[in-house]
Design a protein around this ligand. Structure first.
Ligand code: HEC
Ligand code: HEC
Ligand code: HEC
Ligand code: HEC
Length: 156
């Protein structure tokens, strides 16, 4: 028996959903997320406590500023109760981009390579916004939004 094209497409879609489904993680979000991604065997820096609820509720940041789809487009319709994919499912390399690897690259190639790394993508998101916010509000260092290593990664 020959499978119809429609059936093959359905089978592919079902497998696709099953794979994606396994990557979704809890819709039941804690107010503070201990940032300890399982791609790391061992963290080299103190574990960051990320005040997830405060960021959208108190600082008024929309979900789509941080959560996006597989093309990098903001998930504008994301709402509480929905599941999300871990950042590391797409920004898959552990750690931050090695400085030496960026040498001699053009700006956009640097950005692209940096975003392959989980910590590279995380830092671009978190520190990128914090720097802008501090600049706009005339704040620096610990009084503003944290932008230096030990402000986020507690010393062990
Ligand atoms: C300032 C950035 C930011 C904003 C705003 C934000 N999130 Fe998140 N969210 C994150 C990060 C970072 C994680 C952790 C992802 C990871 O570890 O890969 C996360 C995790 C989650 C998780 C999984 C948590 C778990 O532990 O199971 C859900 C669900 C979620 N966010 C939904 C939302 C929704 C809904 C909104 C808007 C109401 C929102 N987020 C706003 C950055 C943000
Ligand atoms: C489903 C795949 C996927 C997931 C999950 C994902 N990203 Fe991305 N991300 C992308 C793609 C694709 C781009 C665009 C890359 C490009 O333009 O080269 C991108 C771009 C980015 C950028 C640069 C552009 C921008 O929006 O500032 C940052 C920073 C980033 N992601 C951080 C994160 C963080 C933090 C998380 C988790 C909260 C996350 N990503 C989850 C796929 C993903
Ligand atoms: C789109 C903007 C934006 C993004 C993205 C963002 N933040 Fe923030 N963050 C803020 C603002 C605004 C404040 C409050 C600054 C103030 O009032 O001094 C803040 C404050 C903080 C603080 C100190 C106060 C608190 O709530 O604990 C921590 C820690 C922090 N952010 C961690 C993170 C981490 C980790 C990420 C990435 C996963 C992140 N932030 C992403 C805007 C952002
Ligand atoms: C705004 C908060 C913030 C700042 C500032 C920050 N980081 Fe991070 N960093 C994170 C988050 C969030 C992760 C992701 C951890 C995870 O999901 O497991 C991370 C991950 C990492 C990792 C990979 C995990 C590990 O522990 O080995 C390294 C290395 C790292 N950061 C180094 C640095 C260094 C060096 C600086 C200063 C130049 C810095 N970070 C500044 C938030 C921050």
């Amino acid at each position: 028996m020959k499978m119809s094209r429609a059936l093959i497409l359905t089978v592919v879609a079902v497998i696709g959903l099953a794979v994606m489904g396994s990557g979704l993680f809890a819709a039941d979000v804690p107010d503070v997320i201990e940032m300890k991604d399982p791609i790391y065997d061992k963290h080299t820096r103190g574990i960051v406590s990320f005040t997830h609820t405060k960021h959208y509720a108190d600082y008024g940041i929309s979900c789509g500023e941080c959560h996006h789809d597989d093309k990098g487009q903001p998930l504008a319709d994301l709402k509480l109760g929905d599941s999300v994919h871990r950042c590391s499912e797409c920004h898959t390399k552990p750690g931050d981009v090695p400085r030496a690897a960026l040498k001699d690259l053009a700006e956009d190639a640097k950005t692209k390579l940096t975003l392959e790394y989980q910590a590279g993508a995380m830092h671009a998101n978190c520190i990128g916004c914090h720097r802008d916010w501090n600049r706009e509000h005339g704040k620096r260092g610990p009084e503003g939004a944290p932008a230096s290593c030990n402000d986020c990664h507690p010393k062990e």
